[in-house]
Design a protein around this ligand. Sequence first.
Ligand SMILES: Nc1ncnc2c1ncn2[C@@H]1O[C@H](COP(=O)(O)OP(=O)(O)OP(=O)(O)O)[C@@H](O)[C@H]1O
Length: 331
Amino acid sequence: MIRLEEVTKRYRSAAGERVALDAVSLTVAKGQVFGVVGRSGAGKSTLIRTINRLETPDAGKVFVGDREITALKPADLRAARRRIGMIFQHFNLLNARTIAQNVAFPLRLEGRPDAEIARRTAELLDQLGLSEHANKFPAQLSGGQKQRVGIARALACGPEVLLCDEATSALDPETTDEILSLLDGLNRDLGLTIVLITHQMEVVRRVCDRVAVLKDGRVVEEGATADVFLHPQSPVTRAMLAEGEGGETHDASAVPAGGRLARLTFRGAATYEPELSRVARATGVDYSILSGRISRIRGEPYGQMVVAFTSGEADAAIAQLTAHGVMVEAV
Ligand SMILES: Nc1ncnc2c1ncn2[C@@H]1O[C@H](COP(=O)(O)OP(=O)(O)OP(=O)(O)O)[C@@H](O)[C@H]1O
């Protein structure tokens, strides 16, 4: 659906040249929610803005569907952009226009007939729970409501792709949750392909099927969200996970003397099985739990814990856990 091939973008200023994207290649399948995470300055905004050519790469190609966005003439680019909705951290609403006029704006730009604009606008306001605010101005709405207006406007022309540029970064946790549920629903119900950039791993955990981690303009890690969260490979991914609630921390001073440490990962239905106690009974090992959490990654349950096997046949216990589908790693 979306393909970036060796995309490079440099910014030149009085201070010199800065490579914001360095030969980035990515593929986003139709119907996927794809997250791009990274620290400030990693190149996330630049990357997402190359998809609708708000930024033109210095090298490389960008495809959306069967169109090469990087090769389009201005008129064709305008047409292609109607199929690519975008929402922003600070909403970018027209403050002097009403909510209904904001939502209708892209339809007017397209020159749709008045009756169709009125019908489609009413439908979108209803879908996003905004009907009662139709005649208000953006300043009269909360952040979450403003973002819903942004989403309604982005959906007006029936896009295939929705680009979300830090769409929840200006919102409180509860409102973030509400907007993420909305995006999740749009993806599941309409099959909308979504690319979102964020510096919050929690956003990725909630809604993304896949994630790419950017550092200094390069993709340093990419994979299914569950794989990246449960088995992060790059130092920056590990550090970002450790800072969020996805982080695993155990107090090294609490490790029992002679204890053998292992990280156990349970996925899917196995998360709720009493596998560890069964294996302990069968093999006679004792264990201490040093850290643990059960959560969900895009709806799929998982559990991860660090245990110290303190006595008994740890090897036999590990072999049995592995045979029952628990992933065991030495820590
Ligand atoms: N218009 C510009 N002119 C010069 N340099 C720029 C411009 N836009 C971005 N940069 C630089 O390019 C690099 C990547 O910026 P970008 O905004 O894409 O990163 P980001 O990961 O989105 O960061 P943030 O989370 O802080 O927005 C940074 O070093 C930034 O300073």
